[in-house]
Design a binder for this molecule. Structure first.
Ligand SMILES: Nc1ncnc2c1ncn2[C@@H]1O[C@H](COP(=O)(O)OP(=O)(O)OP(=O)(O)O)[C@@H](O)[C@H]1O
Ligand SMILES: [Mg+2]
Length: 297
């Protein structure tokens, strides 16, 4: 199992959108000979990714039934007897898109719940989060090939759950934009990652950065021309790279996360941008050493 956290401490750069695209893309592939088993953990109280995948109602139901991700952490921590991981995972079912017959894979989704997160963060110290997160990893390992974690923006040392999300990741993917404000915010992002690495227990491996992914990007614009060199230098300074492929700014991509449009048509909604999503996903797969192939029907 590989865990990939999607993180930038700046808001609105495309963390949730990227998580959604990647999880959806990988869910329709094979890893080795078998269907890729993909889980999305939404750690952002806003629940953008969970809502896009499951719809508002199912997210609300999972929260009120105490089946959200923080509820699962609590149950793990409390050693609840007969604890079942599947109880806390909602499924975006496999199927075929309506008009173009594109296969959609099954996706597991764990939902966020802000009140429960706040309760845990006020009553547990960081050590409890770290201890529980190693149990969490053990319980996920057997069941999934790739776990995507969608993180919130504005993480600081008080956000122990989000810090746990950074720490349980093997790799961190940083979506960003080629703008001055996005560039300025990157230092903050690298600082938080460094902070998280610093609180890891000695036996724990810490995440490496998979790279910076340019989102909402048009290479012909003045903004890109002005800022891309600095972005590459900054990546280099932090021992990482900028993805060769990028995601353009497009209404079709923004619309993909709109849960009022049936998610089963997502790939049709990518429209001509599907290839951008595919290239980014394959570049990530290459960086993570996955052997992917098209899934048999
Ligand atoms: N490539 C894109 N083209 C056009 N719009 C995009 C693209 N990527 C994201 N958006 C839009 O930008 C907005 C912010 O995206 P998103 O919610 O994915 O960012 P985020 O980093 O997860 O934000 P937050 O920090 O609030 O969690 C959304 O309205 C989304 O639809
Ligand atoms: Mg988000």
């Amino acid at each position: 199992m590989k865990t990939i956290a999607i993180y930038n401490n700046k808001g609105g750069v495309g963390k949730s959108t990227t998580t959604l695209f990647l999880a959806d893309f990988f869910s329709s592939l094979n890893i080795g000979k078998n269907k890729a088993r993909i889980l999305v953990i939404d750690m952002d109280g806003q629940a953008s990714t969970a809502t896009a995948l499951l719809g508002l109602q199912e997210v609300a139901e999972s929260q009120s039934a105490e089946q959200s991700f923080p509820h699962f952490l609590k149950a793990l921590h409390d050693n609840v007897s007969g604890l079942k991981l599947s109880h806390y995972i909602k499924i975006r079912k496999a199927g075929i898109t309506k008009s173009k017959n594109i296969p959609l894979g099954t996706l597991g989704v764990m939902t966020p719940d802000r009140p429960t997160t706040i309760k845990l963060e006020t009553s547990w110290d960081m050590a409890s989060f770290l201890k529980t997160s190693s149990r969490l990893k053990k319980s996920l390992t057997k069941n999934f090939d790739i776990v995507f974690i969608d993180l919130p923006a504005n993480i600081d040392e008080r956000n122990k759950l989000a810090l746990t999300g950074i720490l349980i990741a093997d790799r961190i993917l940083i979506p960003t934009e080629p703008s001055r404000i996005a560039l300025n915010a990157l230092t903050d992002t690298f600082d938080i990652i460094q902070y998280a690495r610093g609180i890891a227990v000695k036996s724990q491996s810490t995440p490496s950065i998979a790279g910076l992914l340019l989102n909402k990007t048009d290479r012909r614009t003045r903004q890109y021309k002005l800022h891309h060199k600095e972005l590459f230098n900054l990546a280099n300074h932090h021992h990482t790279t900028v993805f060769k492929n990028f995601l353009p700014s497009a209404p079709a991509l923004a619309g993909s996360s709109d849960d009022s449009i049936s998610f089963s048509t997502l790939k049709e909604k990518y429209e001509t941008y599907y290839d951008n999503v595919r290239r980014v996903a394959l570049e990530l797969a290459g960086k993570c050493g996955y052997r992917l192939s098209a899934a048999r029907k």
